[in-house]
Design a protein around this ligand. Structure first.
Ligand SMILES: O=C(O)CCC(=O)C(=O)O
Ligand SMILES: [Fe+2]
Length: 430
């Protein structure tokens, strides 16, 4: 596979300097979260976080050594509540190229590990049950680091409306947070498998992996860039919920996983602590609507995980009577996802006369409470000096599963094959 991607140049923060708040660590944290949305967090090997990473890296390998049959007893769709527990088999959702994804995952929910008197008992393979206490201990360490980062961000953001970030992550209140273990088995180099382009739904993601494959989208360079794994460093990124809680002062960045040219035939492991708000935390959406964090979480996870027949149905909604190609709905000759992205931006850029942002909505695509799902949100206003790619990340973040069909729809609109798409003006962002 031709490797024409550069390497992302991400900044590093040391946990110890954030704890002591020296060398302007809080200010740097805010600036990184507002610009890149991704950074390295370096942990001393003998710190609590260093020990948590070492334990979970080992656990990750052992978890995926067990028979798949045992993991399949805990499908994430029906295990626990809040779609944050259990197993997803490989190849069940669209991957980075629209063909089936190349990873399996297993989620261990925060609530069952750490909330006192939580009514749902932890279920799962015996390895998970047997190591519940250790996992609880290490998850608490991760959560504590997350709270430290949120407190430092509140401090740097200053204004009163941003002082609640830590309390919206109260460690004793139910949340959709989870420890998530991923395995990309037997990666074949080429345009298949991987993990679809997306933004993370939650607050902060703490990812650890020693295998390449992860890419981050760099808006200014209009390019995907590899993340080169680093030992003893967590890759931290801002998720949608934190972007929403800070009125998008922080950036939730687009990323994906594709097979790296050096990994043909090998297995890739990664694991993450997905820190998410308490279930009842209010999140103000782009259009002004306020959703409870759990509702937002369920919507977005359903978009990632919608069953094939629902997607086929949506092809009908999105593309007239085109017979459903499912996740692998073919692009027309000569178009790939990135060409289509450019087409979308071309379209967006042409709208420079608009006041305020625009959002494209499709009614009732998901069974959501208000019957509408925002598919594309473009902001700040076209023509503004600020980046309009941020809005595009929101497009991919929310669309996830539907991304290719949406792009195809845009292209058809752009080429005049269809003459109408439903656009609804939204409040400009401040
Ligand atoms: O496996 C990876 O490196 C990234 C996984 C990821 O982005 C996710 O699970 O949200
Ligand atoms: Fe992610």
């Amino acid at each position: 596979m031709e490797n024409h991607y550069g390497v992302a140049n991400l900044q590093t923060l040391r946990l110890a300097e954030l704890e002591a708040d020296i060398d302007k660590a809080s200010e740097r944290l805010l600036s990184i979260c507002a610009n890149d949305g991704f950074f390295w967090l370096e942990a001393d090997q003998d710190s609590e976080l260093g020990k948590a990473i070492a334990y979970l890296a080992d656990f990750n390998e052992r978890l995926f050594d067990i028979e798949e049959e045992e993991k399949r007893r805990y499908p994430f769709e029906t295990t626990g509540r809040g779609l944050c527990s259990g197993f997803k088999a490989a190849g069940t959702e669209p991957g980075a190229f629209g063909t089936p994804d190349g990873f399996e995952l297993y989620m261990v929910p925060y609530n069952e590990l750490l909330i006192d008197n939580y009514p749902h008992e932890l279920v799962g393979p015996s390895i998970v049950k047997n190591e519940q206490e250790k996992m609880a201990l290490h998850t608490a360490t991760y959560h504590g680091v997350g709270l430290l980062l949120l407190n430092r961000l509140s401090q740097s953001l200053g204004q009163p409306q941003y002082q609640h970030l830590a309390s919206a992550h109260d460690p004793q209140v139910p949340t959709t947070s989870s420890l998530t273990f991923l395995k990309y088995p037997d990666q074949q180099v080429g345009n298949e498998g991987g993990h679809v382009s997306h933004t993370d739904v939650g607050t902060l993601t703490f990812l650890y992996t020693l295998s390449p494959g992860l890419q981050i989208y760099h808006p200014a360079r209009d390019a995907w860039e590899w993340v080169e794994p680093r030992r003893n460093c967590l890759l931290v990124n801002v998720g949608d919920s934190l972007a929403l809680m800070t009125d998008r002062k922080l950036r939730s960045s687009l990323h994906r996983v594709i097979p790296h040219p050096s990994t043909g035939g090998t297995t890739r492991h990664s694991f993450a602590y997905f820190m998410r708000p308490i279930e009842t935390a209010p999140l103000r959406m782009a259009g002004g609507q306020v959703l409870e964090s759990v509702e937002w979480h369920l919507r977005k996870i359903k978009v990632f995980g919608a069953p094939l027949e629902v997607q086929t149905e949506a092809n009908g909604v999105l593309l007239g009577d085109r017979s459903g190609g499912g996740a692998a709905a073919a692009f027309p000759d000569g178009y790939d996802a990135e060409t289509l992205m450019r087409l979308v931006f071309g379209f967006a850029a042409k709208d420079t006369g608009e006041e305020g942002g625009r959002c494209i909505t499709l009614e009732g695509m998901l069974n959501s409470t208000d019957g509408r799902v925002v598919l594309l949100q473009e902001y700040p206003p076209p023509g503004s000096h600020q980046s309009q790619w941020h809005g595009t990340a929101t497009l991919f973040g929310i669309v996830g599963y539907w991304m290719q069909e949406t792009l195809l729809l845009y292209m058809e609109y752009e080429l005049g094959v269809i003459d109408d798409i439903n656009t609804t003006p939204v409040q400009p962002l401040v």
